[in-house]
Design a protein around this ligand. Structure first.
Ligand SMILES: Cc1cc2nc3c(=O)[nH]c(=O)nc-3n(C[C@H](O)[C@H](O)[C@H](O)COP(=O)(O)O)c2cc1C
Length: 197
């Protein structure tokens, strides 16, 4: 395991070592911290330790073209009012469509839908070819077989570095009991119930 550390006293950055109490680096000695500016790949690997589900975000252009992107940045934000968000990257070809979208849908993928995750994470090709969808609110496609779907109206777009925070108000949702697709450490996993409950 590689650890990126920053000495809070000197602000010198180093890698490959853990800042231990014996270094006498002050009150934070023994706490491992990383500098996001130092090694983006290390930061990405560390962030990848946070296990998530996988969603496909969908919308429709004014010309009626379906748009979809795989994402794991989906988060529930508020129950009252019902708000959710996801974070499209500035690099996405489909970003202009989401920035203009009045409505979008979040499709939470089931374990067996891993091929859909790969397909919607690949920029080229007709992502929707052969994919069973129904047309939801505002003409936005909703993927059949998803664990849960949240049909949303865009309420805000916030600049956030190399990503955008796309906030939506949930207008309609549904869910089914099934196994989720899990993403952790850059790989797909299946969820197993823990002994703890
Ligand atoms: C599991 C997984 C999660 C992803 N999460 C995001 C995300 O949250 N935001 C994002 O911008 N891209 C994310 N991506 C990458 C996009 O799906 C990928 O860049 C896609 O090709 C974008 O399509 P587009 O360029 O046609 O818009 C993720 C990819 C995978 C496989």
């Amino acid at each position: 395991m590689t650890t990126a550390i920053i000495d809070p006293a000197s602000a010198d950055v180093d890698t490959g070592e853990t800042l231990g109490a014996e270094t006498g680096a002050g009150a934070d000695a023994g706490v491992e911290t990383g500098s996001p500016d130092f090694d983006p790949r290390e930061l990405r690997d560390a962030l990848g330790q946070f296990a998530t589900g996988v969603v496909v975000i969908t919308t429709v252009t004014p010309e009626g073209e379906f748009v979809g992107v795989t994402a794991n940045s989906f988060t529930s934000v508020s129950l009252d009012p019902p708000l959710v968000l996801w974070c499209p990257g500035r690099h996405l070809r489909s970003l202009p469509h989401f920035e203009r979208a009045e409505r979008f849908a979040i499709n939470v993928l089931a374990s067996e839908q891993h091929e859909l995750s790969r397909r919607f994470a690949t920029p080229d090709g007709d992502k929707f070819s052969g994919v069973p969808v129904r047309v939801g609110l505002g003409g936005v496609p909703v993927l059949e077989g998803a664990l849960a779907t949240f049909e949303c109206r865009t309420t805000a777009l916030h600049e956030a570095g190399d990503h955008v925070i796309h906030l939506g108000h949930v207008e309609r949702f549904r869910h089914d009991p099934a196994k989720p697709l899990v993403f952790h450490g850059g790989r797909y996993h299946e969820a197993a119930r823990h002994d703890a409950g």
